[in-house]
Design a binder for this molecule. Structure first.
Ligand SMILES: [Zn+2]
Length: 203
């Protein structure tokens, strides 16, 4: 099972749209898979060094992912540790799910507000360790949590139970499946699996 970047993007899109539909969350008006199209639609939307972007403007939800810039899934971990369903995922699937996290955050908030600004979410974030290295604020923590909720919900449940509880109980989200996290990562290199195990027991 080796998906190329376009396939990873499509798989992520399929799952995120299914999530939106199941939760009565509006789908984004536009989802771009390359920088040229995204920036033709909205100037300076997807900057050269960015993997993805999300925006709400003029009552329009847009998402852009620079699929070309995204990584492929790591076969043998070394300098790169990125894999769909792992805590770090810079593949097009992971980046798209992260951007959909901002979309859902924004759509739930209404009028361009983000629910991750609520104190209840900030408390959860302060109480628990990060998921990945990329969480400079509560907004990004929400997007990272959403990414894992879509790509490997059971890993989120096992590793970051407070975030899991916030998503499932406070926000009422239902995961798309309940597959054991190890099964989701069954094609990943054994070192990625053991790293995920350590991430759970020693956050
Ligand atoms: Zn983000």
């Amino acid at each position: 099972m080796t998906m190329n970047k376009q396939e990873l993007f499509k798989e992520g899109l399929k799952r995120c749209l299914a999530f939106c539909d199941a939760h009565d969350i509006p789908r984004p008006h536009h989802v771009f898979d390359n920088r040229a199209d995204a920036n033709r639609h909205r100037r300076d939307f997807l900057r050269p060094k960015w993997f993805g972007a999300q925006m709400y403007e003029n009552e329009e939800f847009i998402i852009g992912v620079d699929v070309k810039r995204c990584r492929v899934a790591t076969r043998v971990p070394g300098w790169s540790w990125t894999y769909p369903g792992y805590k770090v995922d810079l593949t097009p699937m992971g980046v798209l799910c992260h951007e959909f996290g901002h979309h859902v955050d924004c759509a739930l908030g209404g009028n361009g507000k983000y629910v991750s600004r609520f104190k209840a979410w900030k408390d959860v974030v302060d109480n628990e360790e990060e998921i990945s290295g990329y969480e400079p604020n509560a907004l990004e923590s929400f997007a990272e949590t959403f990414r894992l909720f879509i790509t490997n919900p059971d890993l989120l449940r096992a590793g970051r139970p407070e975030r899991w509880e916030y998503f499932t109980e406070k926000l009422g989200f239902t995961p798309l499946h309940t597959t054991h996290w190890k099964k989701v990562l069954k094609h990943a290199h054994p070192r990625i699996l053991s790293a995920a195990e350590r991430w759970i027991v020693d956050p």
